[in-house]
Design a protein around this ligand. Structure first.
Ligand SMILES: [Zn+2]
Length: 443
């Protein structure tokens, strides 16, 4: 018998734009939303079909959030080096820590820890990019999450790819291993940036992504230093550099998109490349504020992510939506520049579309059953007039239950898909090795 979950007695937030509906119900069938409605439209058939029934009195049922950019395994480096400029943070702290501590075991356990944090805070899909990405993909499979898992490509010796001459072969091996392997995992390629990858590497990586029909990610236009590094030898901007190499198209996803001029914006709009912004990482590394409202006005496809948690340091997408909207208001000095609904759309249906996740990010029949239930009977969520409250009032801690691909992976705040205590124990053990290593280096 196909598993089927009936959730009833809840408030429905069907899409980012829709009005909330009271006395709602939703029925899943296998991995899909079979039907949705309000009490007056429900028949006995829904109850008969359901193998699990959840009475969601006092709760809001919403689409699971999608984290458009993460380096999940970096949970190990959370809080290791705070309050630094991007260049110093990367070259003096993050790259050396990665060289010393990233291995297959680390990527598996630390990505699983990230999955726990994301599930607990209502994120059902993530776009991840890292090294040993096969281990990250394994962690997403074991945790029950949906993921776009992208193998990192960089022209430096990297974890698992000691000789950068082999970086594209490593990406090809990853795709060989993960294409068509698990319906929840979309493998992809992540070229680190225009300043850490040569033109040949960038074009080779993009060609491979096109041949295999997988998404292609790249960090671009993140900092002023990056702009200068590209302008000096090439006399151009990071986005123009990527466009000139033929890299911009609807299957390319640029991460950050902060330092963009008018011509860059035109190129992003014409090419239909996606842009994922990570406002908290941008604030913490003082990278700048991405011109999101200007991008949306030009119909550039914009989504939202947290970035790795060494530069955020939280993976809570509710917090990210709130900061996205408020930083745009401050940036433009216009309170209307980016609404709560637009932020919610960035974190749900826009991310789904940009990442090629198909029918996810909305509560509609035929869409994937990726759902979250929030406890609305709390002082800070009372009263609730509309779903703006999800952006400006709610936090990940308000999520009580999570269904991904039709499977209940968290119920009443307990993760059912794997042993989180065990994962935390493993990550603490790995963190202990970092402390020892640092002690030795200082000594
Ligand atoms: Zn990143």
């Amino acid at each position: 018998m196909t598993d089927s979950i009936l959730i009833h007695n809840c408030t429905l937030a069907v899409t980012a734009a829709d009005t909330l509906r009271e006395d709602g119900w939703l029925l899943t069938r296998g991995d899909t939303i079979a039907a949705i409605g309000t009490a007056d439209t429900r028949t006995q058939a829904e109850t008969t079909e359901a193998t699990t029934i959840i009475d969601a009195q006092g709760k809001m049922l919403a689409p699971g959030l999608i984290n458009g950019h993460n380096h999940c395994a970096m949970t190990l480096f959370r809080g290791l080096a705070d309050d630094l400029e991007l260049a110093a943070w990367l070259t003096e702290h993050i790259f050396p820590a990665e060289a010393a501590h990233v291995n297959e075991e680390m990527v598996y356990h630390c990505s699983k820890l990230a999955a726990a944090e994301m599930i607990l805070s209502g994120t059902t899909s993530v776009a991840d990019g890292y090294f040993f990405e096969g281990q990250a993909a394994r962690a997403f499979v074991d945790s029950g999450m949906r993921a776009v898992a992208a193998q990192g490509v960089i022209d430096f010796p990297a974890p698992g790819v000691p000789d950068p001459a082999g970086n594209l072969e490593a990406a090809a091996r990853f795709l060989d291993e993960w294409q068509d392997r698990n319906p929840r995992i979309t493998p992809a390629i992540f070229a680190h940036s225009p300043y850490t990858c040569s033109a040949a590497t960038l074009q080779g990586a993009k060609r491979m992504a096109m041949e295999r029909q997988v998404p292609f990610f790249i960090h671009a236009a993140e900092s002023r230093q990056e702009q200068e590094m590209i302008r000096e030898p090439r006399g151009t901007s990071p986005v123009r550099h990527l466009a000139a190499l033929g890299l911009l198209d609807p299957d390319t996803i640029c991460i950050h998109g902060i330092w963009l001029d008018e011509e860059d914006l035109d190129l992003l709009a014409q090419s239909r490349a996606g842009v994922i912004v990570c406002p908290q990482s941008h604030l913490k590394l003082a990278s700048g504020i991405a011109p999101v409202s200007a991008m949306l006005k030009r119909n550039i496809r914009v989504g939202l992510g947290t970035d790795g948690c060494a530069s955020n340091n939280s993976l809570d997408m509710f917090r990210e939506m709130d900061i996205l909207s408020k930083t745009q208001k401050l940036h433009t000095l216009e309170a209307t520049s980016l609404s709560a609904r637009q932020a919610l759309r960035c974190a749900t249906s826009s991310n789904a579309e940009i990442l090629g996740l198909g029918k996810t990010g909305q509560l509609l029949p035929g869409y994937k059953a990726d759902l979250i239930l929030l406890d609305m009977q709390q002082p800070h969520l009372s009263p609730c007039y509309n779903q703006d409250l999800l952006v400006y009032g709610a936090s990940g801690a308000d999520v009580r239950s999570v269904i991904i691909d039709g499977r209940l992976v968290m119920h009443d705040k307990k993760i059912l898909s794997f042993d989180v205590e065990d994962t935390m124990r493993e990550v603490r053990r790995l963190a202990g090795a970092i402390c020892e290593h640092q002690g030795r280096n200082r000594g």
